[in-house]
Design a protein around this ligand. Structure first.
Ligand SMILES: [Zn+2]
Length: 136
């Protein structure tokens, strides 16, 4: 893997890549519910699904109602090739009568600006370090 984020973070990422399970990244749809599982995933050039692990996100509530909630998130995924990728996602949270809770319907896109701030890199390092100490 090419070194790209500074030695310490690169090492942390190397370790995370060995220990994390990387699920496919959802592009559009409802994730993770048995009775609603219709998702479109990001694909790589070879047609297979891009896998990654969500390591950092900030979420804003845009609308909060009784029937549903709307949120906007900035997210950073550690992708299977060891790079950090920024996404924006809009999620709608309609209430499901069947499960008696809200499910999220997500629309996610790759951020045009992939610049990572010092602060974000610090948060990422902190997150991975903390999560790995839980696994150990
Ligand atoms: Zn449900």
């Amino acid at each position: 893997m090419k070194k790209q984020y500074g030695r310490q973070l690169d090492e942390t990422i190397d370790l995370a890549m060995r220990l994390y399970q990387l699920p496919s990244i959802v592009k559009e749809g409802q994730e993770g519910f048995e009775h609603v599982n219709e998702c479109d995933y990001f694909k790589k050039a070879d047609g297979t699904y891009l896998r990654g692990y969500l390591i950092f996100s900030t979420t804003l509530i845009i609308e909060k109602g009784v029937e549903r909630e709307l949120t906007f998130s900035k997210e950073i995924y550690l992708t299977e090739n060891g790079t950090l990728q920024k996404y924006y996602s809009y999620a709608e949270w309609p209430y499901c009568e069947k499960c008696k809770k809200a499910h999220s319907y997500v629309h996610r896109e790759v951020a045009k600006d992939q610049t990572l701030t010092e602060n974000e890199l610090e948060k990422i390092e902190e997150f991975i370090t903390n999560s790995l100490s839980l696994i150990k």
